[in-house]
Design a protein. Structure first.
Length: 132
């Protein structure tokens, strides 16, 4: 949590929110649509929204590398700085880390394992919600 808080707005570090548009916009806390008592919905300041929808083929395998490259924004793939992924509890963020690190050869990718479940429930953490 402390390392991610320090990363907000820092040159050379990109926070990447891989959750759905509704989660990013603050319309829901949990992917299921539920809110969290005492939790705040939204996203981290300076976070780039990059949902990880579409990574899989119908048979459950990952799409080919050429197709995966098309799914990620150029600033995510082409950046040389550190990239920190987060979602709600870490599952989607870990999948993004795997795809970026091992299939697309993006260097310097980390996962914020506490993700939104920790951040959104911790008093004093900054939260942006364009559509609160």
């Amino acid at each position: 949590l402390a390392a991610v808080r320090e990363a907000i707005g820092q040159p050379g570090i990109t926070l990447m929110d891989v959750r759905s548009a509704a989660e990013y916009a603050g319309e829901r806390f949990w992917p299921s649509g539920g809110m969290e008592p005492g939790g705040r919905a939204g996203h981290m300041p300076s976070a780039v929204h990059q949902p990880v929808d579409g990574l899989y083929r119908e048979d459950g395998s990952f799409r080919p590398v050429a197709e995966l490259r098309y799914l990620f924004a150029p600033e995510v793939l082409d950046g040389s700085g550190e990239l920190i992924t987060y979602c709600t509890i870490g599952g989607r963020a870990a999948t993004a880390w795997f795809v970026l690190s091992y299939l697309l050869d993006r260097q310097r990718v980390r996962v914020y394992d506490g993700s939104w479940a920790e951040w959104g429930r911790t008093p004093g953490t900054p939260v942006e919600a364009p559509n609160p």
